[in-house]
Design a protein around this ligand. Sequence first.
Ligand code: F6R
Length: 629
Amino acid sequence: MPTVRSAAEAHEKTPTVIFPGSAEAARALAAEVRQLIESRAREGRNAVLGLATGSTPVPFYRELIRLHREEKLSFKNVVTFNLDEYYGLPADHPESYARFMREQLFDSIDIPSDHINIPSGTIPSDQVFEHCRQYEEKIEAAGGIDFQILGIGRTGHIGFNEPGSSRDSLTRRITLDRVTRQDAAADFRGEENVPRFAITMGVGTILRAKKIVLMAWGENKAGVVARAVEGPVTEAVSASFLQDHDAARFFIDAGASRELTRVKLPWLVGPVSWTPAETRRAVVWQAMKTKHPVLKLVDEDYNEHGLSDLLSEQGPGYQLNIRIFNRLQHTITGWPGGKPDADDTFRPERAKPFPKRCLILSPEPQDAIVGMGGTLDRLVEQGHDVRLIALTSGSLRVPDSEADKFAATLSELGEAVKDPAGWKEQTEYAHEILRLLEEKGEFGEDPPLLRQLKGLILRGELRDAAHALGLGADRVHFLDLPFYEKGRYRRFVTTDDDLAALSNLLERHKPHQIYCTGDAADPSSVAGITFKLLDAVLERCEGQDWCGTCSLWSYRGREKPLEAHEIDMAVPMSPLQLERKVRSLSRYGSLSSLELNIADRNRQHAGDYDALGLAEYEAIEAFQRRSRV
Ligand code: F6R
């Protein structure tokens, strides 16, 4: 544990290590855990680990498995206590934490099964209290937890200690927060299917561990990480209690560090090298904070907000304001594919070639329309050769009710057609789907036939949504990347087949523009995985003609929206265009509440630009230029 903190880390009340990515952090953590296990083994003692589930620890568990397989790390002397379990789910349920742990770790290492402890999701209600008391006793009897691994929820929970959990809380049954249930909605194919209760270790149980590491990846966690690490210790953010533990640390990736003071407002913690990006960030931040449009910022604003060195280096203030104002102004364009025959010196996208071949990559079928439906609309209208590519089928997020609706209609058609005998195959198919739905029950895993149907339903919806934006069905393509077809949320594993499919796509189309997302997402999410694949494919393509001239624009879907200073291209939308986008989104039967409310985000971008003193638009879609190509 670092004892001397740099000035940059001074705001952080729990020591925090920022790694370039989750893989590096997982390796560092696994190395520490290995040391503990091996030193205990030498002493003939057990090592007691507290374990978490969810997406976050997956890279860590993969590294532990690698250490076991390749470096012969034994887990025979390891005892584990899991943080929590959904209440109501049996241990073999596909989303139960018991099953998650078996699949992600326990089945692949040599831990004795009687060393594994996970709260029961099926203990009868009247025995819950006693079960929780015994869980605490078992931890005590094992000698307490030596090393506790944590993730963090967007509510700031550790374990399932939702806001309001007290510092001394122990293992108990709790009610899950709405945000937590929204975050789990995709796993359960709809928020309404997510269990309402869980059994979790308490904050007090966690704080008794001798050593604690909380991991967090991706920008969606950045806000809550900053509140937990830099904010006051409060029941509103359970993870903030870690500030009071003398051996707790945060291991985070670059995305999750984005809201820490040393990253977000570096001028407040030390000298800054004033690159154009840092300058833009500082001026925009200051304008937002003082609620002054950029052109109305005065020298006193700079001085009072820790920016006097920026002023002395790049002032006078008014000149600096004008430079940043112009820079922001130049991000706005109604011509995302470039304006033909116009001077493009200060435009985000070059004029030539025109029309452009534009590839819009959508990790799951709905993402691109959510993130950039208005821009897609414009590209089509302005005559570009636009292709919308659904990288995965999205079948995992389709609720059973959609498949049921389709199969029921198909079956009824069988009765309505003139020649039912000629419809026999379809009727059998419909009955088979209905049978599979019945057989697997509410939470069972989808057999392949059902997954296929759900994928086809989404295909129809995407074509429909694209059509509403003027894009014909022949321009919508489905890649069905194998990692998704073979996997489940939070547990996807990519192979060379995924790379090959994506690489063939790019080779075939040789795009001038690629629109993508996922660069800031949780690396284990579908968007995060597909972005990583794209990055790898583009690296391989480097040197090819098309690749050298292709521009790469990143949009945000479900992830944290871009901030005004991060936007390189702002595509405004009129009220009518926004309405068209919202109407096209209504073609989807399985959108999350966040996706349904995307218009608010588009309006927020416009509000920010307005506040900065730029033009006042109804809505804006925002893009960041990616630098690889
Ligand atoms: C899971 C747990 C939770 C998760 C948190 C983050 O055992 O205790 O606190 O760590 O909800 O979940 P992911 O990692 O899926 O973002």
